[in-house]
Design a protein around this ligand. Structure first.
Ligand code: OGA
Ligand code: MN
Length: 289
């Protein structure tokens, strides 16, 4: 009998990202699971190739990493599988979205607007468009390490203010699809969350920047006159080719990322009638320190 090929991990980019080959996440051996988790911590993003997980299988694999984090948005949870959030550009017969069509269209770390943000996100491609729909990640450890000593000293101990409410964020000028956006966001936004601007990873011990243009509105106990230019400087520094991994999705890709050390961005650009459909699950992390 031929031996099954062994799990293989290959780096994808200098800054971050690796791919995992020869593994079926629906039925993963304990040794392989440990390799997958360690390489996720080492590389920030792990692209697992050739998967076709049913919703219950994706949920079971996600649970191996911790407790499911349910999205604040109930609308697009999969009926019967609320652990899975549907991201999709598809419309039903009445012309309604079957999933979130534009999730992640500004740089962010998932759920950083709550006190206990996401540790890991699992995004499985289900239907891919021919054009558009790529995703990018930034390695926030490398971005932190590349700061000048002066800036590192200046941000040491500072705390960022995070909110889901894009109407309170002066960097988010773009209108979005929510008609009366202001009412929509003020109804849904949890109270502000406060997180250190530099956090220490619980597994690797490495320090990473933990701010994003989408969710970080300001800095605690600092006047905006000082805080906004500092945030502008940090965003300009970290959104840089040097720290980015660009992913062009392939059929069967299931990408896992570590939100404690990365930001990500959906690049969009999918044109109807082409469809991009993804199944997403998330695991709760810890209070950032
Ligand atoms: C997410 C997200 C990006 C994408 O699922 O949290 O931001 O490319 N997705 O779909
Ligand atoms: Mn996201």
């Amino acid at each position: 009998m031929p031996l099954a090929r062994a799990l293989k991990i290959k780096k994808l980019a200098d800054a971050l990202g690796a791919e995992a080959l020869n593994v079926n996440l629906a039925n993963v051996k304990e040794d392989d699971f440990k390799i997958i988790r360690d390489s996720l911590h080492d590389n920030g993003v792990l692209v697992v190739r050739n998967q076709a997980l049913k919703p219950a299988e994706q949920t079971a694999f996600t649970r191996k990493f911790g407790e499911i984090q349910y999205h604040i948005n109930d609308e697009y949870k999969m009926p019967g599988n609320p652990e899975i959030l549907i991201l999709s550009t598809e419309l039903d017969a009445e012309g309604n979205n079957v999933g979130i069509p534009d999730a992640g269209s500004d740089w962010h770390s998932d759920h950083s607007y709550v006190d206990v943000p996401t540790a890991y996100t699992f995004l499985q491609s289900v239907i891919l468009p021919k054009v558009g729909g790529d995703t990018q990640w930034i390695g926030m450890v490398a971005a932190y390490e590349a700061l000048s000593t002066e800036i590192k000293d200046r941000i040491d101990g500072l705390v960022g203010i995070h909110s889901f409410n894009r109407f309170r964020n002066s960097r988010m000028t773009r209108l979005d699809r929510h008609g009366d956006g202001e009412a929509y966001y003020s109804k849904r936004s949890p109270p502000d969350a406060f997180h250190p601007i530099v956090r220490t990873h619980p597994h690797t011990g490495k320090r990473a920047l933990f701010i994003s243009p989408r969710f970080t509105l300001g800095i605690k106990n600092m006047d905006d006159k000082e805080a906004q230019p500092l945030l502008d400087h940090l965003f300009e520094h970290l959104i840089d080719e040097r720290f980015i991994y660009h992913h062009k999705w392939q059929k069967g890709d299931l990408v896992i990322w570590d939100n404690r050390q990365t930001l990500h961005l959906a690049l969009g650009g999918v044109k109807l009638p082409e469809v991009r459909r993804m199944h997403r699950s998330t695991v709760v992390g810890e209070i950032p320190v």
